[in-house]
Structure formats: structure tokens, C-alpha cells
Design a protein around this ligand. Structure first.
Ligand code: WTA
Length: 645
């Protein structure tokens, strides 16, 4: 299949979709020519306690750098996700929770029930001293309480910081300390693929390194053994008898809603800050636009709420739109590769939103696991997190979707709050591997290394020229880093860190990160983070980490390690170092390959030539390019000889 293959809008979608091609063009035009009135109009999607009269007020320039949206508006995010639905759809299911074990019973919460649970949770947090503006770290598995806790923070105007359940104590501690949260909400254990994850024990270990932590609220999930310390309280013990009424605190549109840590090319993970009004509007707008969401559609975003995809498309977008959203505790391929499709059938899922890495893993298991299920409820398929290779696209479309369901390849980032580039099911012909076109309100450019604007068919670096409501507002505690990271490379523009090609039809093809970020199974990992973890080990002198192609994960992690003098790099140390990184950061950071190197290829000024390391990791050793600027060109031959195939 070549990229010339075009899948036109299907008849079914042409008939029913809200927006057709002309509608998209008109809307794009309106958003671009008159963003002020376009966004004030869109703002009507939300229920405000004080209606905004100003849309965007921003400048990406160094002198007057600022980003604000709806700055005189006031609202409560949880009330938008819950209270305003009570009259019209209080008895509709808001959340379907599917447990890890296929033998356990799903749980369902109507909007009324969810409202009550969130209010109860909010009252519990208030009793623990949480007030507007406080940061609350949430380290929970994919259980309903994760939704309650997130929305409870929003109800109080507290700032949640969800930490993915796969992160290590070290990573949790860093995130607790960075945003200064005094309280952590966790569970005894998590459950995934039949295994348990010791969440509470991880928080205990993190607490030793996070002196500011005062209180741990523990949700009982598996009933596994945990040690309770004086700072710990059981949720079920303090929630008993607590009122299920709790007023929603009205906040300014620009008050923070959450911090979510994400890896960058340098330094520690950044706390990406999103605010209340603009973010929620972006979540609601993009959820409705991208998936042509209608009342009654069951929406399943098969992500974890520890990542931004879960924030925006399990919780905020669907709930703001009054949808029924599916939340799944487990793994898509456990107990076997049919599970994901069984869940689709069981809950009559209309839209499934998942990641290419999941598709590639399922694809390997063979079509039988898919074809033995019904899947006739599926009308739309989403893909997110990394470029989708045409094989996986084809399989998703033909086998999983039976050729009926368009694929919404959605490009966006933690920083963008929600989807930026994607097809609309009734408006956009599809090209496998292309995220197609920007949503109305998203203004893109491709630029060359020096910032020169590329027009027509071209390949370059992807920037956004105008602010949009869902844009992150700052890096928690480091506004200068926010500016430096995103706005200093190309003056007056937001730099995404992604490379991209634009074809003759104006379709965008994301080619991947152009910085030192590796996309492992759709999750971002900074090479610098893995390197810092490695050099903490007593035997490691130096480490360099690069991405390499991986047939399931998209990219894998390849680590080159030089050891201290006198230390031998045997297989024991090899395994120990991989386990070390796993412990320091979490399983997703574990190097797939680790090569002991006598030295790293450096220029005479001491800079590691990553280009060469990438080529060797890829196995592309015939075209290493010019190595003459290396301080010791002989190093390269040794690296090639020692390459881990
Ligand atoms: C990549 C996840 C190609 C991209 C929502 C981006 C994609 C990074 C796509 C953000 C896509 C995400 N096609 N690449 N549809 N979606 N990416 O912050 O490199 O975890 O910069 O947000 O994932 O990852 P993040």
C-alpha cells in the first residue's frame, strides 16, 4: 500500500456526520479569520458561573510572553462534567468500569451516582485540609476511585497531579516534591493482567524521599496487605457517613486544573500545567469534533489516566459532553488477544481510541482473536501516541473495523491538552499514516532548521503559530523553562519537537521526534532521564541512550554504557543495569538493549555524536557518515563490533 491510497469518507458517515468537507473548510476559515468571536462562541459549550467576554490574550514573543484564554470567565470544571448533566441525563451511565479479570463484574455509575461519589471524595479531601490551589498527587490504578479523585480535586479547585501507576518510588518522590503536594491518594495495590502492583508500598518508599508529604489516603482495591503509618488513612474509613453534597468551587478560567509530568529532551520531567477554562473547552471541543460524538455513543479510550490521553479522553472530554465513557483496569491482550474486542462487544462500544503499539501487539497474535468477536457496534476507530505504520493502519481498518470504521489518527501532545491534527469522519478522506489536517483553530507551519517557513509540499519541523485554548500555560515552577523549551527555537512560534511532512493535498505526516525524546509504546521517555539513571550506578562512568526501531513498541531504548576502570561488563552487570533503570524510573524506561562500550564517540570538544550511536543501534552501519571529526575514530569500529543485534 502506498501513501497514495486514499479512503474516501464512507457513505454511512457522509449521511450522518455533523461536519462535511465544506463545513470543515468554513469552520477552519472562521476560526482563523476571527478567532475572538469563534472561541467565544465555542465557549458556550461550557457552563460558566461568569461568562467570559474575552477569548485569547497571548503573545509568543519574548518581550511580552503570555498566554491567557477566557480570562474574565469563571466556572467549575467538575460541575461542567457532572452537575449540569443531572437534569437531562442524571440516570444515564457516565462511567462503565471494566475490571482486569474477565470473570469479575463491571461496575456502572450514572451521572447522578458519579456526582455523589465525587462530592463524597471532595468532602473527604476537604476534611484532610485540601483547599483551592493545593496540589494533590494521585497514584491510583485504573479503578473508579481514580475518576472520583481527579474530579474531586477539580470540584475544590485543587490541582491534581496524576502519576502513572507504573512509575517507581523515585519518580513519584520527584513529582511530589516538584509540585509541593502534601497529600497523595493511592491504593493498596493495582491489578493488571492478573498481576498486582504494590502501589502503597511504592508510596511508602517515595515518602522516605519526599519530606513534604503529610498525608496518604489509601483506597482499598485488592485487599492486599499493606503497612499503615501514622500519615496514612484508609479512604473507606474516613469516607463513611460523609455527605454526598459538596458545593463546586467557582474558579477563574486561568486557575490551574492539573499538572502532568512529561519527559523532555533535557533534565527532569516537566510539570505541564493546564488551566481550567481553556483546557476543558479544548477537551470538549476536540472530543466532539474528532469523533463526531453524539448522545448515546459509548466511548472507549483505552489509555491510562496517568497519561494525558486518559485525562482528556477518558475523563474530561467525554464527561463534559455527557458521554458514556469506558474505563478499563487491565491490559488489552490479557488473558488473550480477544479481550479488547470482547470488551467492545460487551459494552457495545461505538468509538475505540487506542495506540499503534497496542495494535501491533494484537496483530502479531493473528486475526482469529479478532474475527471470533462481533464488533458490529464499532463505528469509529482512533489512534494516538505515535505515527501509525500503514500495516497497522490497514489491519485496524480492515480486520478490527471490518472496513466500516474510519480511523481517526490523532496527533497531539501533553502540552496541547487535546487533539490538534486529525481527520473528521464526515469531512476528511483518509490516507493511512497521515494524521491529515488541523482542527479549526489550529494554525500550523513547517519550518527548516533556521526557522525559514516552508510552503507547499515540504518536510520540516512542526510549529504552531497561534495560541489555542488547550495550550499548556507553564512548566510548574519554571516559567523560564517553559519559554526556553517551546518558544525560543523559532521566534514567536510554539515548537512541537516533532518532524513533519506536508503533501500536495495539505495532509500532515508526522515523522517523529526531532529532539532527544524516545517514543516507547506511545510514551515519552527522555534519553537524558535514562542516562542520568544509569550513571547513578556505582560501576557506570558514562552512558548514552538513543532510540531504535522496535516492531511492537515503535521505538525501543538502546543504551551504550562505559564502565569505571577495572570493572568488567559481564551478563550479570548487564541484567543488573537494566533492572536498575527499571527501579529508578519504571518498567517503561528499561533499556531494550544495553551495550558495554569501551568509549563513546565524541567530537574533539567532547560532544557525544548521537547520530552515529543512532545509526549503530538501528543496524545501519554501512552509512555512518563522516567520522573524521571524532576525537578517536577507532571507537566507532569497536562499537559496531560490539553492537547488540
Ligand atoms: C507523538 C500523547 C504521530 C508525537 C497524546 C508527539 C504522534 C508525542 C501522534 C506526544 C500521532 C502523538 N502521530 N505521532 N497521531 N500522537 N504522537 O505528550 O511525537 O505523550 O510529540 O502525548 O507523541 O506525546 P504525549
Amino acid at each position: 500500500m502506498t501513501e497514495q491510497t486514499i479512503f474516501p469518507v464512507t457513505n454511512a458517515w457522509a449521511k450522518q456526520a455533523r461536519i462535511d468537507r465544506a463545513g470543515y473548510d468554513a469552520m477552519y476559515e472562521a476560526a482563523t479569520t476571527n478567532p475572538g468571536s469563534f472561541w467565544l462562541d465555542q465557549a458556550q459549550r461550557l457552563t460558566w458561573t461568569k461568562m467570559p467576554t474575552i477569548a485569547g490574550d497571548w503573545s509568543f514573543g519574548k518581550k511580552d510572553f503570555h498566554i491567557k484564554w477566557f480570562e474574565d470567565g469563571e466556572l467549575n470544571v467538575a460541575a461542567n462534567c457532572l452537575d449540569r448533566h443531572l437534569d437531562s441525563r442524571g440516570d444515564q451511565i457516565a462511567i462503565i468500569w471494566e475490571p482486569d479479570s474477565p470473570d469479575a463484574e463491571p461496575r456502572r455509575f450514572t451521572y447522578r451516582e458519579l456526582h455523589a461519589e465525587v462530592c463524597r471524595f471532595a468532602n473527604v479531601l476537604t476534611a484532610q485540609g485540601v483547599v483551592k490551589g493545593d496540589r494533590v498527587t494521585i497514584y491510583l490504578p485504573m479503578i473508579p476511585e481514580a475518576a472520583f479523585a481527579v474530579l474531586a480535586c477539580a470540584r475544590l479547585g485543587a490541582v491534581h497531579s496524576v502519576v502513572f501507576g507504573g512509575f517507581s518510588p523515585e519518580a513519584i518522590a520527584g513529582r511530589i516534591e516538584d509540585c509541593g503536594s502534601k497529600i497523595v491518594i493511592t491504593a493498596d495495590e493495582g491489578r493488571r493482567g492478573g498481576k498486582t502492583i504494590p502501589l502503597k508500598a511504592n508510596v511508602d518508599a517515595a515518602a522516605a524521599r519526599a519530606p513534604g508529604l503529610e498525608r496518604v489516603v489509601v483506597v482499598q482495591s485488592t485487599g492486599g496487605d499493606v503497612t499503615m503509618h501514622p500519615r496514612d488513612v484508609w479512604y473507606h474509613e474516613i469516607a463513611g457517613g460523609v455527605s454526598v453534597d459538596c458545593p463546586a468551587v467557582s474558579v477563574n478560567a486561568e486557575d490551574p486544573l492539573f499538572v502532568l509530568y512529561t519527559s523532555g529532551s533535557t533534565g527532569k520531567p516537566k510539570g505541564v500545567l493546564h488551566t481550567s477554562g481553556g483546557y476543558l473547552l479544548w477537551a470538549a471541543y476536540t472530543h466532539e469534533m474528532a469523533f463526531d460524538y453524539r448522545a448515546g455513543d459509548v466511548f472507549w479510550c483505552a489509555a491510562d489516566i496517568g497519561w494525558v490521553t486518559g485525562h482528556t479522553y477518558i475523563l474530561y472530554g467525554p464527561l463534559a459532553n455527557g458521554a458514556t465513557t469506558v474505563m478499563y483496569e487491565g491490559l488489552p491482550n490479557w488473558p488473550d488477544a480477544s479481550r479488547i474486542w470482547q470488551i467492545v462487544d460487551h459494552h457495545q462500544v461505538h468509538t475505540l481510541f487506542t495506540a499503534p503499539t497496542v495494535l501491533r501487539a494484537l496483530m502479531k497474535e493473528g486475526d482469529d482473536y479478532v474475527t471470533r468477536t462481533d464488533r458490529s457496534s464499532l463505528k469509529l476507530l482512533g489512534s494516538v501516541g505515535e505515527p501509525i505504520n500503514p500495516e497497522a493502519w490497514r489491519w485496524y481498518h480492515d480486520v478490527a473495523g471490518g472496513g466500516r470504521a474510519p480511523i481517526i489518527d490523532a496527533w497531539w501532545q501533553t502540552e496541547t491538552g487535546g487533539i490538534m491534527i486529525c481527520p473528521l469522519p464526515g469531512a476528511t478522506a483518509l490516507k493511512p499514516g497521515s494524521a491529515t489536517k488541523p482542527l479549526p483553530g489550529v494554525t500550523l507551519q513547517l519550518v527548516d532548521e533556521k526557522g525559514g517557513v516552508l510552503t507547499g509540499p515540504a518536510e520540516g519541523n512542526l510549529v504552531v503559530t497561534h495560541s489555542w485554548p488547550g495550550q499548556m500555560r507553564t512548566v510548574w515552577g519554571d516559567h523560564e523553562r517553559f519559554f526556553q523549551t517551546y518558544f525560543s527555537t523559532y521566534e514567536g512560534k510554539y515548537f512541537t519537537g516533532d518532524g513533519c511532512r506536508c503533501d500536495g493535498d495539505g495532509y500532515y505526516w508526522i515523522t517523529g521526534r526531532v529532539d532527544d525524546v524516545i517514543n516507547v509504546s506511545g510514551h515519552r521517555m527522555g534519553t537524558a532521564e535514562v542516562e542520568s539513571a544509569l550513571v547513578l550506578h556505582k560501576h557506570v562512568a558514562e552512558a548514552a541512550v538513543v532510540g531504535m526501531p522496535h516492531d511492537v513498541k515503535g521505538q525501543g531504548i538502546y543504551a551504550y554504557v562505559t564502565l569505571n576502570d577495572g570493572v568488567e561488563g559481564g551478563s550479570d552487570l548487564h541484567d543488573e543495569l537494566r533492572a536498575w533503570v527499571r527501579n529508578e524510573i519504571g518498567p517503561i524506561a528499561t533499556p531494550d538493549k544495553l551495550q558495554f562500550a569501551p568509549a563513546l564517540p565524541k567530537t574533539r570538544s567532547g560532544k557525544i555524536m548521537r547520530r552515529i550511536l543512532r545509526k549503530i543501534a538501528e543496524g545501519d552501519t554501512s552509512s555512518l557518515g563522516d567520522t573524521s571529526t571524532l576525537a578517536d575514530p577507532g571507537v566507532v569500529d569497536e562499537l559496531v563490533a560490539g553492537r547488540i543485534a
